[in-house]
Ligand binder design. Sequence first.
Ligand SMILES: Nc1ncnc2c1ncn2[C@@H]1O[C@H](COP(=O)(O)OP(=O)(O)OP(=O)(O)O)[C@@H](O)[C@H]1O
Length: 631
Amino acid sequence: MAAAPAPPPENPARQALPVAAYPEVRRYAAHVARNRGRDLGLTVALFALAAVAGLFGPRLLGALIDGVQHGTTAGHVDVVVGLIALFLVLQTVLTRYANLAAGKFGEGVLAELRENFVARVLELPLSVVERAGSGDLLSRSSRDVDALSQAARFGVPTTLVALVTTALTLVALALVSPWAMLPLLVIVPPIWVVFRWYLKRAPAGYLAESARYADMTDGLTETVDGARTIEALGLQQRRVDRTDEDIRRQYAAERYTLYLRCVFWPTAESCYIVPVALTLLLGGLGYIHGWFSLGQVTAATIYMQQIMGPIDEMLAWADQLQVGGASLARLLGVAGVPADREPSGARPSGEDLVAADVRYSYIPGREVLHGVDLSVRAGERLAMVGPSGAGKSTLGRLLAGIHGPTEGSVAVGGVPLVELPLGELRGQVALVNQEHHVFAGTVRDNVVLPRPEASDAEVGAALAAVDALTWVEALPEGLHTEIGAEGRTLSPAQAQQLALARLVLADPHTLVLDEATSLIDPRAARHLERSLAAVLEGRTVIAIAHRLHTAHDADRVAVVEDGVIAELGSHEELVAADGAYAGLWESWHGRGAAAGERIETAKQVETAKQVETAERIETAERVQRVDTVER
Ligand SMILES: Nc1ncnc2c1ncn2[C@@H]1O[C@H](COP(=O)(O)OP(=O)(O)OP(=O)(O)O)[C@@H](O)[C@H]1O
């Protein structure tokens, strides 16, 4: 035999979502079987009846042969043939209903699992998803759900059928003659050995295969998402190399499981023919010596032939069930992610937002915020400024409760944000940025997300508040016009207005603005600014300012540098202090570039983003190179 390929190694750098341990997978499968005990029982009972009906044929045929050999009437032959036909029809009808019951059972299991999975995915902390990469989640919700659906719809029912049929055929064989079971015993040891060998290796092999597939999806998604940056910085070859490396690892993982199948299947298949040949041989000898009748030999041979079908199916599905088991472990693993917030039931006793000694690391050991203290009074306007990469967006996300701090706390009205249920949190603080997904559905569906029970009048008022009612009413079906993936496409400014209307409905007292309008074209941006101003009215605002006039107009300005607040005070105070802010103000004001400023800042932001994306890509590639070298 050629040297066995080594099992593919784990990628130590990836912080993939967890995978459930096999005892948990078994517990879950048992729980599902118990929950759907009735459907399962009906399925097994119907298949058992179908199998019993199928066992009469060979026995009747054997009796007929014995009858013909010793002399019988044509009438008796007709009756026996009629009975054989009757049992065949009965078997067919029972099999049909058994398959229906099995389908119902499989679909039920799958639906339950899908619902649980979606519910768990929606509860996943964002930071965990970001660290794992979207490819992992994507491959779990597509490839793994597909594999599991095959196993649940066909694998489990077919295996049950095969088990029942094998057991009953064995009984029928023993009833013909206990000796007729002997040839079967010959193949049990080799099949058992190769099956054990296979089962010991297959689960890890299939898990690795899925993980490598997730890596590949992740790399491709990253390449597509960052296509403009890659082109701008000439990183094409590096991306091609990364994809080649992913394909190589995926190929190695597939090759390993193929090797397992190539050992297992030929051994198993070559065993099938042996018992039939032995039955004929022993049967012939027994007949010559008068130990068995011709009818017994015929029935035993047909049963032996028949039993190979379900045995083959059991082994085949054992293979598919391994794949399904690995997928189930990956789907259940999502539930193993610890929650990043735990509602304590406490209610905020005010609207002040206080960050105390806040530290944060995206990657363990690489802190990007180093102990930030900040207190924002109700109704205050605070602007955050600072160089690119200083940590403004990260602090903004923490102040909006998107991430929980690694150390320290962010609290509203005395209650840490991570102790508020998500629904309650969004009614207190919300983040406004440029990522505005339009969900497939109507305009109304898109606006009422935070308050599904809102009336059409309230939705209309929210749209009017952000100056979007006119264009919404001009749509063919107004509020009920389908938009998103399969409906009408909205401009980025319109999508952002819908997001703002959503905020008006959610009605949080504090808003964190991150580059809310900077990348939209200047005319649309001016219009949007008016919409935004309406939303900001009467709320506490923390604005990550890319234009210094925002800072100028704010009550206080926080200068963020290297993950700490380096300066804090009003515009006048900071200019008078002659520190970093004064320098920034001086250089900006000196340029007097008010007209071109928005476009210029947008370009700076774009460049900063490209550099940041490039840095992240580079880090990912470095990690991958280290991983390759280690191997
Ligand atoms: N998802 C992430 N994973 C890992 N590191 C990240 C992530 N997001 C940001 N960082 C890193 O955290 C640091 C702070 O980034 P952040 O985006 O908060 O800065 P910023 O001041 O808002 O920059 P900009 O003005 O360019 O948006 C940077 O070093 C950045 O590379």
